[in-house]
Every structure is written in structure tokens, then in C-alpha cells.
Design a protein around this ligand. Sequence first.
Ligand code: DGJ
Length: 369
Amino acid sequence: MHPQLFFQIARHSGTAASIIGTTRLNARTSLSPRAHPIHLVIAALTLLACNVLAASEPIRPGELWLDNRAQHVQAHGGGIIKERDTYFWFGEDRSKDNDRSKRHVACYSSTDLVHWTFRNQVLRLADPENFGPRWLLERPKVFYNKMTKKFVMYMHIDGPANAGDAGNAYVLARVGVATCDTVDGDYTYIRSFRPLGKESRDIGQFIDDDGSAYLIFECRPTKGFYIAKLSADYLDVEKEVSFIRSPLEGGALVHHDGLYYVIGSLMTGWKANPNQYATALKLEGPWSEFKDIAPPETNTYGSQSTLMLQVVGSKQTTVIFMGDIWKPYSQWDSRYLWMPLEIGGGKLRLPEPREWSLDVYTGEALIAR
Ligand code: DGJ
């Protein structure tokens, strides 16, 4: 058993004692009559540890996250949607052995947000519009449209101004759209465009309590980021809802306890920086001043925001900060930093990363001591 987990168990000493008591009684009946009580206690603790581990394997920020194939999860810059009891995680698939002429998006599923099953490389896209060999696909996000019954994927599409250019590969500044009839099928690329006619780089997704779907996109010329409503079929970006004048990317948004909280990162390429948050009563704003989500010297503990995921359970609601720990020279090995946020009353804080466990049914999160 991991020592930190033992502390968690110890902190629940009331429950632990009663479980140990029960196990001890059972153990007495099945063990040799000469067994010393200390052995029984050890046996009971081992059983207890196994039960606890089976029930709630921890989430380990920054470590390798292995899927059902024992391969590191490739869902960088990703987003998550929930369909019935299942979470689907989409993100950039940067696997080392990918066909380098294509760009890839992978999809994984989980019912506990801990164990992830690889479902499909839902997008294996060859240059769709003659963008040139250096074209980019980043930060895919999938929405489900109830009216059309289609899953609609948005992605940041970029590349140099002219296909053959050797310079900046972040000039096109567009979004791409792809659709599929099933959540984890092969998505069909539809087109790319500039949302609301504006430059768009990092994108984020937000689904409000009434089911309305929004795209968040960063726009450099206007020095801020937009929250924009999608059209009824989700195939277009229809209406600016809010423009937040702060040069931030990696936009993530959540509606929690009557307040909207938005997080963004400064623009330092792949290098981590102090991510910040602001709040508003209405999506339209006005938005508060931005404040750091973690001590600034930690640079968000080496991560960059991609999504805030709300887990509404029977006992409480947990909002998870989902961040990427980028490794620009070995992207396939980039890691994930997920932690339950301390959030409420207009304040938001990312705790120092540690192992933690989550019960998706009760919504309870427990951080190891
Ligand atoms: C920061 C963005 O958030 C990433 O998605 C990626 O575009 C890097 N910049 C590239 O430098």
C-alpha cells in the first residue's frame, strides 16, 4: 500500500476501525488458532488496503497515465464530454509512431475518470485544405448536438500564411470542424474558418447549465479571448457573448454555485506560466480582474489549463482543473495535471499537486496528505 493512501485511511479512523473489526472477526474464523492478534491486524489492514485501492485508485498528476493497453494516454490539450455514465476524453494524439503526414485526435472513455479505455483515433487527418506540410491541429473539443444527433468536433487549425513558408506556423489562425454520428467513430472533416471572422488560436469549450454550447477562442489582434455561442447545429460560431480583454490562452470556463469562473494562461508558447482566473455573474460579464490560480513562482506547477470539469455527485460537486504539462521536444510524453479546485465565493485556488482520489458518484475528492 502506498504510504500516503494509508494516511487517507487513517484519517477515516472511525470507518477503518469498524472495517478492521469486521475483518478481524472473519479472519479469526479462517486463520489458524495459533495466529497472533498482530498477524490478524496485519491481515485485516491488507484486506482493507486492497478494498480501498480497488474502490478508489488515485489520480497521480504528472505521472504516466496508462490506458487499457498500457500505453500513455494521448489526449493533450483535450476536452471531456459525458454521455450517460461515461466520460469521453478527446485530445491531441502525439504518439511517436503516428504517420507524420497526418494529424491525429484520440478518444478514450472512463466511468471513474481514473481508468481510461482507448476507443479510437477518431481523426487521422491528412492536410485537408492544402495548408502545407507544417500545418497544425491542436486542442480538439467535442460537443454533442441533440437536434442533429451529431457529435461535432472543433479544433485549432494553423499553419504558415503560404503552404511552403518556412517561418511562423501560427498565421492561419482558424478553427476546423468535423462531425460523426457516434461519439468514438471516425470523424469527417467539414471545413475550417475564422470564427466571427477573427483570428483564433487556442480554443476551449463550455456547455452551460441550459445545454447551450460555447467556443472560447483566443484572438491576438484584439488582445483577449472570446466566449462565443455556437449555431443551432453547432457547425458555425454564431454570436459573440463576451470578449475578455486580457491576453490569455488555454481558456477554460465553469459555472459553479451561481458564478462563472474563467481560467487562462499567459502566452509563453509551450513554457508554463502563472495561469489566472476571473469571475462574472453573467457570461456576458462584467468580468472581474484576473488573479493567479496558484503561487506565481510555481508557474501553475508546470502546467497549462485546458478544461474545468464539473463532477456533480450525490454529496458534493467537485471542479477539476485539467492542465497539460507540455514536453515540446517529446510531445508524446507530455503529462497531465488534474487536481480538484478549491472554488467558491468568487475565489479559486489550484492546490499543490498530489495524489488524490475521486468518487464520481458522491462527487467527493480526497487529496493525499
Ligand atoms: C500555447 C498553446 O496553448 C498550445 O496549445 C500551443 O499552441 C503552444 N502555445 C505552441 O507554442
